[in-house]
Design a protein around this ligand. Structure first.
Ligand code: PLP
Length: 363
């Protein structure tokens, strides 16, 4: 079996894969309602929220789209805070549906500066919502979302959060930080395959939802709420992933969320230490380096794609590459979900052999 070390999809425990093979049942019957309830309650524990949490059948991007179309109207001004590919994507979704996007971009590898967010809100008092990525998977940076949320909420704006690659793995207390819509995806920290997005919706977001005029059908939160009350989803859900999720959530609650967060911290620390010990350089500002994905600068004169190719062909270890302008310039190690120290030790044992083969002469 390959050592799949990309930041999603992530490997799934055998118990989860087994649940994925359960026979189909009535998606509008009592048994499936029980599964939905169980998973939703578990999600609320991990989201640390009393807000509504819905399970949508789509990848994380669908969840981001749902956040936009359910809270905004065409012509609304939004502040799109971006530190990488996914921050840009969130803003593009808003633009696509007719929002007027004020872009606040930061250098890739760096975190967003909460003071600059405050300045942008002062300069644009008519902004209705702020879009921000918690954990920017493309650069391996985790924003100081607590500080950003303080700025945004004290300005009285809606805060829509892409927490696709952090929720479950990095501490993210939705209610304490006042996050209005928070989105995650099943294939990241949740130890299940792709197919589901999970979103939380605050009372303030519900108010915005009533006034929101962006077109929506499949991702309509009001429909999700109406069917949710009956223990159903409006449309046939990705049932096998929900089956898998019942097992994964149970495993996560057994380990305990605080322990999961600590495990991710520990493994990320170990990854960063190993990167430096090899004489390589972290791409992310270390103060904000992500606990779910580590980005590494390709050594001077070396193509990150070649390193990943050797790792794949010689060692059956699958690493992430750089996206867009970072293609070939960085490579990334995913360490979220079902991961322990041994998985990462294997990566570095292989890198010790793969790097010289790629032409790396050492630091
Ligand atoms: C993976 C990811 C997404 C969503 O990607 P999908 O391919 O649609 O699941 C969005 N934001 C971040 C930060 C991600 O890591």
């Amino acid at each position: 079996m390959s050592n799949l070390r990309i930041p999603g999809p992530t490997p799934c425990p055998p118990e989860v894969l087994q649940a994925m093979s359960w026979q189909m049942i009535n998606h509008r019957g009592p048994q499936f309602a029980g599964y939905l309830k169980e998973v939703t309650e578990g999600l609320k524990t991990i989201f640390q929220t009393k807000n509504d949490v819905f399970i949508l059948s789509c990848s994380g991007t669908g969840g981001l789209e749902s956040a936009v179309v359910n809270t905004l109207s065409p012509g609304d001004k939004v502040l799109g805070v971006s530190i990488g590919v996914f921050g840009d994507r969130f803003a593009t979704i808003a633009k696509t549906y007719g929002a007027e996007v004020v872009s606040l971009k930061f250098e890739w590898g760096k975190a967003a500066d909460p003071d600059k967010v405050a300045d942008a809100l002062k300069a644009n008092p008519d902004v209705k919502a702020v879009l921000v990525t918690h954990n920017e998977t493309s650069t391996g940076v985790t924003n100081d979302l607590a500080a950003i949320a303080r700025v945004v909420k004290s300005a009285g704006k809606l805060l829509l959060v892409d927490a696709v690659s952090s929720m479950g793995s990095i501490n993210l207390p939705v209610d304490e930080w006042g996050l209005d819509v928070c989105v995650t995806g099943s294939q990241k920290g949740w130890m299940v395959p792709p197919g589901l997005a999970m979103v939380s919706i605050s009372p303030e977001a519900w108010k915005a939802c009533e006034a929101a005029k962006m077109p929506r059908f499949y991702f309509d939160f009001l429909k999700a709420k109406k069917y949710g009350e009956k223990g159903q989803t409006p449309w046939t859900p990705c049932m096998s992933v929900v089956f898998g999720m019942t097992v994964a959530i149970k495993m996560m609650l057994e380990e305990g969320h605080a322990n999961i967060v600590k495990r991710h911290e520990r493994i990320a620390d170990m990854t960063r230490r190993n990167v430096k010990a090899l004489g390589l350089e972290l791409f992310a500002d270390e103060k904000y380096a992500s606990n779910t994905v580590t980005s590494i600068r390709a050594p001077k004169g070396l193509d990150g794609k070649l390193i990943n190719k050797i790792m794949r062909e010689d060692h059956d270890i699958i690493l992430g590459g750089g996206q867009q302008e970072l293609e070939g310039k960085i490579f990334r190690i995913g360490h979220l979900g079902w991961v322990d120290e041994k998985d990462i030790e294997a990566v570095f044992a292989a890198l010790k052999v793969a790097l010289p083969k790629a032409g790396f002469k050492g630091a």
